[in-house]
Unconditional design. Sequence first.
Length: 447
Amino acid sequence: MIVADGLIGLIGKTPLVRVSCFDTAGSELWLKLESHNPGGSIKDRIGLSMIGAAEADGRLKPGGHIIEATAGNTGLGLALVSALRGYKLTLVVPDKMSQEKVTHLKALGAEVIWTRSDVGKGHPAYYQDMAQRIASETGAFYVNQFENPANPAAHERTTAPEIWEQTAHKLDAVVCGVGSGGTITGMSRFFPPSVDIVLADPKGSVLAGYVETGVVGEAGSWLVEGIGEDFVPPICDLSRVKHAYTIDDAEAFATVRTLLAKEGILAGTSSGVLIAAAVKYCRERTAPGRVVTFVCDSGAKYLSKAYRDEWLADQGLIPRQQFGDLRDVVARRAGQLVEVSPEDALRVAYARMRLHDVSQMPVLDRGALVGIIDESDLLVAALAGDFGKPVRDVMSTKLETLAPSASVAELVAVLDRGLVGVVMDKGALFGIVTRIDLVNYLRRRIA
Ligand SMILES: Cc1ncc(COP(=O)(O)O)c(C=O)c1O
């Protein structure tokens, strides 16, 4: 049983678990559960080691100010150690990061500055450039995990030796993703040449291509969080990597969902890239071996995304029947709709809209569409102080129905009149379309 004097003593020493739900062609696949760290991710280790190194060499004084550019998890590791050791922490976060992570950071006492995620290195709004500028203006200690030697050192000194001990020195490969490159570099330095170092990279990142061709190509975009880069970070040593796998978002999300359904492990989205790459590597081996990869953080932070069918469908990541007409724009098809009945009280409509985070709902009477209720109807009821009335009394019955063959321009005209698009197919409700559904559809088409 582990006993610690304070939470910092619980960083590291994470469990290793074997999983068998994937076809690994006879190889053993083991997962190092970094999600068990007290801050919820592998980055607790580097939060502790980078702050410890700055304390040791005097860059950080008691009560000092720390600043970092972070995709989230490093911020949590730093925020945890900063809170426990009394430092002020400012984090610059790109705006594609999940709201859950940012809420966690703020609740730990960190100051969060959002910046754009659509700009690259060298742009003043790029999160690392911005953090560096604020540090030089304020004199704060800029952690810079991308260049900080205490980052790979944490993995060389703790993560890798733990794996070595847990596998009783019988290990054939470690599969790593790269965010800053700390993990892969630490593994490369610690393990003997007999252990393959394998790169798992999200599709759109430049790193797998760099390993294969030596050239840094053009970066695309990806939805998994925490790994993948548009440059090769200075501390990232890829010289030992002989095998690199590119995994797309759809495969990554499907993999973490299988992991939860079959093994009960709730993993973050990047784990889908790592595990899918590990499985491919296992199948390509000439002989079965023992392979370790990571669950770098918990899926709890991504429940509203990767683990929700509606979100995946909005992103175009789960296959849906395509019709080549207006029906393809419908995000919630009949049967998946959040709905209310005309006899329900307004408080039921209110609770349902809040729970599902929608701003309008169709009103269905035994399957037939009889109206739409939206936020403005609820506002009228709230002003009158009457949430007990039936939905029927306030719902809008002015419905604009559209046939599947209607054009996007006709839909836009309906939306422009402040109405919701109601798509009817052969007299039956097919689904409703809101502005954001149309935006999502058009964005998918551009992508
Ligand atoms: C969520 C997450 N963060 C961070 C990392 C590793 O990042 P780094 O290269 O900075 O050590 C991984 C690696 O798989 C990851 O999945």
